[in-house]
Design a protein around this ligand. Structure first.
Ligand code: XMP
Length: 515
């Protein structure tokens, strides 16, 4: 059985990060909301250890999330972080309070006096704190092992019961020895061996797919994005000829993208159905200028094409989806499968007579999905792709779309991406990070001059953002040289363009995409 750690979620902002940090040390971690798993279920799952996350509440507020005290005598090691540390103290009958009006926020020097968690950590180290309440009185059996100028119990332990708490956040980068501290809990306290490797996962996932699918047929809508591509590769490797991938080219892909996707999958023994549906999408989009109507029209056409292809293939038992762990967490564990199946294939055709949904990536974070893709031999250009919206260039081409406009946009976009990629590769330590970057074809024309001749061409806007989660984003401070190269090359190489501008709005107030 795969050894695993339970990260019990009490609502803090770094909770996914805790699970990531555990997995970074090759120990599989699952994040579950505190109110979705009971003590009995935890025991039955055989977790090697539990981490209580932070959370925005005060433990003595009756409305705040609490947990069954019986967990403390289940014999499973627990590490409480921030709110989790206070909750652990509260569950063990210690006292929590806030000393006057103080809070500790940001980098704080923590001094420790030994203890298992601090093995290999200097006596004084910088940790990231964010709290108002503190443990004021230690529970029986616990020892305080670290403090700060303001916080007497920055860390506590009860070695005999294997219960530990830290007021700071070891998962946050600013905590200097966070990795060592978490590692001590995982390996010294919980006795984990660190057997979570992508290679093992890949084998296990393939066995699980074969066991579930038997000799049934599987259908996958392949978009060319990272998740669906990796999902396709994994299924291809596991069940080959039973898989049909339907790739719908709506004519709004980036430069060379349809060919790249086809090429990546032609070596596998699968049924690959690539459909050039661009004509039909363009026809449906004629006269459409409203962004929302555009999105809906594209979505609807997509379903129609998928529907028709599904009919041709005949009775399909399983529908595969590239749902990843972030989708599962965001939709609330438990209900995730149903929510996602609706979301992904919105109004999935009734005819697809499938028994079940197969979601082989639902345990993985995005960067793990990329790792798995590499493990399966997918080319780097597919695996390291930036996000690309389902409606494609349709929402990056302002106003009514035409084939000609898409061609212009594709060329301008390819140049800009090439310049950003080149600059990023040349300077891996650059102070800027570009997480998503593309060109937008505006519906504004402007006057230019080329070779003594007047021009009147399109204005291309360049968009480049720095973000962790795409919920908010900052415009990237690209070096002038990159902007200069794009600003020179685009009008020179794409003759219908006479002007290039750079989008300097963050999100909010703007969104990443223009439509
Ligand atoms: P916005 O424009 O909402 O974009 O700030 C945030 C992120 O989501 C992507 N995006 C989409 N992805 N289907 C998708 O799969 C869509 O309809 C869609 N719209 C926006 C966008 O590229 C950015 O990464």
């Amino acid at each position: 059985m795969q050894e695993k750690i339970l990260v019990l979620d009490f609502g803090g902002q770094y909770n996914q990060l805790i699970a990531r940090r555990v997995r970074d040390q090759h120990v599989y971690a699952e994040l579950k909301p505190y109110n979705k798993i009971s003590v009995e279920e935890i025991k039955a799952e055989g977790y090697k250890g539990i981490i209580f996350t932070g959370g925005p509440n005060s433990v003595y507020d009756p409305a705040s999330p609490h947990y069954d005290k019986a967990l403390l005598s289940a014999g499973i090691p627990i590490l409480g972080i921030c709110y989790g540390h206070q909750l652990l103290a509260w569950m063990a009958e210690g006292k929590i309070g806030s000393a006057g009006n103080f809070s500790e926020y940001g980098k704080v020097t923590v001094t420790h006096r030994g203890g298992v968690l601090f093995e290999g950590v200097p006596e004084e180290c910088v940790c990231w704190m964010s709290h108002t309440d503190s443990v004021m009185e230690l529970p029986e059996g616990f020892q305080g092992v670290a403090s700060t100028g303001m916080c007497a119990v920055a860390a506590m332990e009860d070695v005999s019961r294997r219960l530990f708490g830290v007021q700071f956040h070891p998962e946050v980068q600013h905590t200097q020895y966070g990795k060592t501290i978490l590692g001590n809990f995982l390996f010294k306290v919980c006795g984990c061996s660190g057997d979570w490797h992508m290679e093992n996962y890949c084998k296990q996932a393939m066995e699980a797919i074969r066991a579930k699918v038997g000799d049934g047929k599987v259908l996958l809508a392949l978009s060319g994005g990272v998740d669906s591509s990796v999902c396709a590769a994994l299924l291809a490797e596991a069940i080959g000829p039973q898989l049909t991938c339907v790739f719908v080219d709506h004519g709004m892909m980036r430069k060379n993208e349809p060919e790249e996707v086809r090429k990546a999958f032609e070596g596998w023994d699968i049924h690959f159905v690539g459909i050039d549906a661009s004509e039909r999408f363009l026809e449906a989009l004629k006269g459409v200028t409203d962004p929302e109507v555009k999105r809906k029209t594209i979505g609807e056409q997509f379903i129609r094409v998928f529907e028709e292809e599904g009919k041709k293939i005949g009775s399909v038992d399983f529908l595969a989806q590239g749902t990843i762990y972030a989708d599962v967490i965001e939709s609330g564990a438990g209900d995730a499968a149903t929510i996602k199946s609706h979301h992904n294939v919105g109004g999935l055709p009734d005819f697809v007579d499938f028994k079940e949904i197969v979601e082989p990536l639902r345990d993985l974070f995005k960067d793990e999905v990329r790792q798995l893709g590499r493990e399966l031999g997918l080319p780097e250009y597919l695996v390291s792709r930036q996000p690309f919206p389902g409606p494609g260039l349709g929402i990056r081409c302002i106003g009514e779309v035409t084939r000609e406009k898409f061609d212009i946009l594709r060329d301008a976009d390819a140049i800009f991406r090439e310049e950003v990629d080149k600059a990023a590769a040349a300077d891996p330590d650059a102070p800027w990070t570009a997480n998503q970057y593309f060109a937008v074809l505006t519906d504004t024309r402007s006057v230019g001059v080329m070779g003594d001749m007047r021009t009147y061409g399109y204005t291309v806007a360049l968009r480049c953002v720095t973000t962790d989660d795409f919920m908010s984003a900052d415009w990237t401070r690209l070096p002038y040289e990159v902007l200069e190269a794009a600003g020179t090359r685009i009008p020179n190489e794409v003759k219908q363009v006479s002007r290039v501008v750079y989008d300097i709005t963050s999100k909010p107030p703007a969104t990443v995409e223009w439509e």
